[in-house]
Design a protein around this ligand. Sequence first.
Ligand SMILES: [Zn+2]
Ligand SMILES: [Zn+2]
Length: 142
Amino acid sequence: MSKAAVKTFEEYCNTHDLRVTQPRLLAFKIVHAAKKPITAYEVLEKMGKDIKNPKPPTAYRALDFLADHGFVHRIESLNAYVSCDVNHKHEGSQFMICDGCGDVEEIHVCHLPKSLEDKVKSEKFTLHHWNVEVHGTCARCA
Ligand SMILES: [Zn+2]
Ligand SMILES: [Zn+2]
């Protein structure tokens, strides 16, 4: 867990008038420190070290906050969270997920593939968010 990451998080909250609550900060540290995608339940369990009997909504709300502000991403197919390894508020998210070792790599192609984008436009569909998850076998497991 790098001090710089925490500082960036705190600075972001301060400049955007967002409160750095204890659950938000804890959830940020927990997801950031996790080597693998971590579920809300695991985050909740770890929060229990610092907060007495945290309730599930405490973890969910903190994780939603972090996801909304681009500090973590939700991996839908694993029902788990990873920290964003590039600290920017990009629009979509794309991941390569190894079914062997469970390793997740964020792919920073921050634009929707052209064919998808064209389809969305031609249907006059208003895009809010998107997420591409590619499952397979990583080079180490192959
Ligand atoms: Zn990201
Ligand atoms: Zn692997």
